[in-house]
Design a protein around this ligand. Structure first.
Ligand code: ZN
Length: 294
């Protein structure tokens, strides 16, 4: 570019600035969604999650898609460290050791991680991953994986009784009950709000260390549940890092439930920064009926 062109470009910018025109406002944060294998329809949910995050204008979102099942994973090396927050929509084959270590290093150094629904099924044998998610299900998880984590008599309780890790009955609408109303993620939300026709994850178990339960749902035995108040929204501290774990959001339709949207977006912002600047949405449901966005 010649100096004349520089001058012309500078003049245009100067005019825009004097007219108060914002030429471009890049979102302040970078998010990475990891997918590529899942016992759920990640091809459907990742674009929904990406759009939700981008609509906040807080995040620019990239997606790292692994090779399909039973193929060579050695080249799957997302650059976690370049992001403010990593959202896992992955459960499937083991990652290369280098990739696992990169995620541990990223979170340990203060990175944000969001564990979304079936991502808590992943990696039953990976010690640090299970510490990051606190509790998980399926994949052969049992009492050797750690205790169940439940809400009883106003507090979190660990239950070491033997049994399976992970289960749920048929999908149904259920209430989310806030158990910590002072956390940035839940502050200002209704104390009880209805979620739309989802799997109510129950019997999750794991190391359950450094975990805070933000909200629970009652897993009714009449719906083939555990009869316990099961954790739905959690935060976990892992070294310097922040993890937000949501058990909600089975498929695209569940991700249109405002109970999911509001908590997922607030949790992702918190994982990225430790703060939440988003307002509670105007269409936030109360205790009686779910709200679905079109
Ligand atoms: Zn599911």
């Amino acid at each position: 570019m010649t100096w004349r062109r520089w001058l012309a470009a500078f003049s245009v910018l100067a005019v825009c600035a004097s007219l108060g025109i914002v030429v471009s406002a890049a979102p302040p944060m970078k998010a990475l969604i990891v997918d590529g294998q899942n016992n759920h329809n990640w091809q459907e949910t990742t674009p929904v999650l990406k759009q939700l995050l981008e609509e906040t204008e807080l995040f620019a979102v990239d997606v790292a898609t692994s090779p399909p099942k039973k193929s060579d994973m050695s080249g799957f090396k997302p650059k976690f460290a370049g992001y403010d927050v990593v959202v896992s929509n992955y459960t499937g084959d083991e990652w290369p050791d280098e990739t696992k270590q990169a995620l541990v290093d990223y979170v340990s150094a203060g990175g944000g991680l969001v564990i979304y629904h079936a991502a808590n099924n992943a990696f039953p044998q990976w010690k640090e991953y299970n510490e990051m998610i606190a509790i998980g299900g399926w994949g052969g998880r049992n009492e050797k994986s750690g205790p169940y984590l439940r809400w009883q008599d106003g507090k979190a309780v660990l239950d070491n009784s033997p049994g399976r890790g992970g289960g749920h009955g048929p999908r149904h609408d259920f209430q989310i009950v806030v158990r910590d109303a002072d956390h940035p993620i839940t502050k200002g939300l209704p104390s009880v709000f209805m979620h739309y026709s989802d799997e109510l994850y129950s019997w999750l178990r794991g190391p359950a260390k450094n975990v805070k339960i933000l909200a629970t749902a009652f897993s009714d035995k009449e719906k083939r549940g555990s009869g316990e108040h099961e954790p739905m929204l959690m935060t976990i501290s892992f070294s310097e890092g922040r993890v937000f774990h949501t058990a909600l959001g089975h498929a695209g339709q569940q991700c249109r439930s405002v109970a999911f949207i509001a908590t997922f977006l607030r949790g992702t912002e918190w994982a990225a920064t430790g703060k939440v600047t988003q307002k509670v949405p105007d269409d936030m449901p109360g205790p009686d009926a779910p709200v679905l966005r079109q």
